[in-house]
Ligand binder design. Structure first.
Ligand code: DGY
Length: 322
C-alpha cells in the first residue's frame, strides 16, 4: 500500500478535524499550538506533501520555493480568504491552493450584525460604565444610540457573506439594502439596489459593511477620499480584511468625529491594533472572530481535509481550488 500523504497543520485544529486528519493522512499536528515561523513554514513545504495553514501564515514566494527542496504540492488554506498566500508564485510553481468557501458565511454575517449593533447601540461604552461602577442609574438621555430600523445598509462586495448580511439586516431590522459589486449580481437574495461605484454606496449609506477579499487591488480600497464621502452620521463595519481600509485615514475620521463610528473585526497588521484606535469610544473592536464558532471552525477544517482528499485522489468531489 502506498504511504499516506504527509500533511502538516500549522495550528491546533478542532478535535474532530485533527482526528480525521490523523485517520486519513500521515498528519503532523501542532500539539503546542505555536505560530509557525517562516523557517518552519519552509521546512514544512520541504517535508510534507501538503500544508494546512491558517490566515496568519504568510505563504510567500520564498516559502513556496522552500529552498528548491519543496515536496508539498498543495496548500489547503484553513480560510475562505487567501490573501496570506502569494497566488501568482503558487501558480508559477504548480502548487495547488484551496480554500473553504461557504461554511463560514453565516458565522461571519452574524459578527457583522453584532458589530453594527455594538457600535450603533454603544454597547461597549455601556458595559464599561457598568463594570467600572460609574452607572448613575436609568436616565432618559444616557448613552443614546442610533436605531437601525429603516436605515440604509450599503454592502461593498455582494458575495455570499454580503448577501447573508443583507438578509439579516432586512429581515431583522427592515433596513434598505444598496450595494456595489465589481461584477453584476444575478441573485441578491433579498430586494437590493445596485450602485455603480463604491463612492455612491459610501455617500448614501447609513451603515456600510465591507465584504471584499483582501490584498491585491483591494488593498486600501476604502481610502481617505472614500471615507470623506461618508455622512457624519454613518458607520463603517469591516469583517473582511484589515488592509481593505486605509486604517490611519479611518482613525483620523473617527478621532475628528467626521463619521459616527466603526465596527472592526479585522486589522491591517494583526494581531497588533493601533493604540489610537483602541483609545476611541466610537468603535467596537473584535479580534478576528468572524468564523469563531465550534461548528464553523470544524466545518472549515473538514472542508480543508475534503480538499486534500480530493487532491490526493481519495475524494469523489473536486477540491475547492482557488
Ligand atoms: C477567513 O476564512 O478568511 C477568515 O478570515 C478566517 O476564518
Amino acid at each position: 500500500m502506498a504511504p499516506k500523504p504527509r500533511i502538516i497543520a500549522t495550528r491546533k485544529l478542532p478535535e474532530a478535524v485533527e482526528t480525521r486528519l490523523a485517520a486519513e493522512f500521515d498528519a503532523v499536528l501542532n500539539t503546542d499550538d505555536h505560530a509557525f515561523t517562516e523557517r518552519e513554514l519552509i521546512a514544512a513545504m520541504q517535508e510534507a506533501d501538503g500544508l494546512l495553514p491558517t490566515v496568519v501564515d504568510r505563504i510567500s514566494d520564498k516559502v513556496l520555493d522552500a529552498g528548491g527542496k519543496r515536496r508539498a504540492q498543495i496548500v489547503a488554506n484553513f480560510a475562505v480568504g487567501v490573501n496570506n498566500i502569494d497566488l501568482d508564485a503558487a501558480k508559477a510553481r504548480g502548487v495547488v491552493v484551496t480554500n473553504t468557501p461557504g461554511v463560514l458565511t453565516d458565522a461571519t454575517a452574524d459578527v457583522a450584525l453584532t458589530l453594527m449593533l455594538n457600535v450603533t447601540r454603544r454597547t461597549w461604552e455601556s458595559e464599561r460604565m457598568l463594570r467600572e461602577g460609574t452607572w448613575p442609574g436609568f436616565n432618559p438621555t444616557l448613552l443614546l444610540g442610533t436605531g437601525l430600523q429603516g436605515k440604509v445598509l450599503g454592502i461593498i462586495g455582494m458575495g455570499r457573506i454580503g448577501k447573508a448580511v443583507a438578509r439579516r439586516a432586512q429581515a431583522g431590522f427592515g433596513m434598505k439594502v444598496i450595494y456595489y459589486n465589481r461584477s453584476a449580481v444575478t441573485d441578491t437574495g433579498v430586494p437590493a439596489e445596485a450602485r455603480d461605484s463604491i463612492e455612491a454606496v459610501m455617500a448614501e449609506a447609513d451603515v456600510i459593511s465591507l465584504h471584499l477579499p483582501g490584498g491585491g487591488a483591494n488593498a486600501g480600497a476604502i481610502s481617505a477620499e472614500r471615507i470623506a464621502l461618508m455622512k457624519p452620521s454613518a458607520y463603517l463595519i469591516n469583517t473582511a480584511r484589515g488592509d481593505v481600509i486605509d486604517e490611519p485615514a479611518l482613525i483620523k475620521a473617527l478621532t475628528e468625529n467626521r463619521i459616527a463610528g466603526a465596527g472592526l473585526d479585522v486589522f491591517a497588521a494583526e494581531p497588533s491594533v493601533p493604540a489610537d484606535l483602541i483609545a476611541l469610544d466610537n468603535v467596537s473592536l473584535l479580534p478576528h472572530i468572524g468564523s469563531a464558532t465550534v461548528e464553523t471552525r470544524t466545518a472549515m477544517g473538514m472542508l480543508a481535509i475534503d480538499n486534500l482528499a480530493a487532491h490526493f485522489g481519495a475524494g469523489d468531489y473536486p477540491a475547492r481550488v482557488v
